[in-house]
Ligand binder design. Structure first.
Ligand SMILES: [Zn+2]
Length: 131
């Protein structure tokens, strides 16, 4: 027979199934969030450069990772719409990531250097000197 539990819900059994279901959902949500966080930390740990400026833009982050993986596997930045820029930091290669970001590589070694926003990029490229 039905009874009223301490929480105010009515139901059968030794405990409130409505509250138990709510608690389970809460726990599942927390666990899922923890798992996502752990997965993010794992992939962040293997990123060759810091991608935290696009932490909130998952598709940009994915594209940046994809481009980094391609370059490290031997795809030349030129075939990824990359171009040379000269900056005070030396010769760089810039590869567009989405509309607003650029990946910068060291030109001779193709070592990834930084992910920069379009604004940062303009600042860097403005320092470019005549070839
Ligand atoms: Zn309840």
């Amino acid at each position: 027979m039905k009874q009223t539990f301490a929480c105010g819900h009515r139901g059968r059994g030794k405990y409130c199934h409505a509250c138990a279901a709510t608690e389970k959902k809460k726990a599942d949500t927390l666990r899922a969030r923890e798992e996502r966080r752990a997965a993010t930390q794992r992939s962040t740990a293997t990123d060759p450069i810091d991608l935290s400026i696009v932490r909130h833009l998952k598709s940009v982050q994915r594209e940046a990772r994809d481009l980094l993986a391609k370059v490290s596997s031997g795809v030349h930045p030129f075939s990824l719409d990359g171009k040379f820029i000269k900056s005070s930091a030396g010769k760089l290669l810039s590869v567009p990531v989405g509309r607003s970001y650029r990946l910068l590589f060291d030109a001779p070694s193709l070592m990834p250097l930084r992910l920069v926003s379009h604004e940062d990029y303009n600042g860097i490229a403005a320092k470019r000197v005549a070839a």
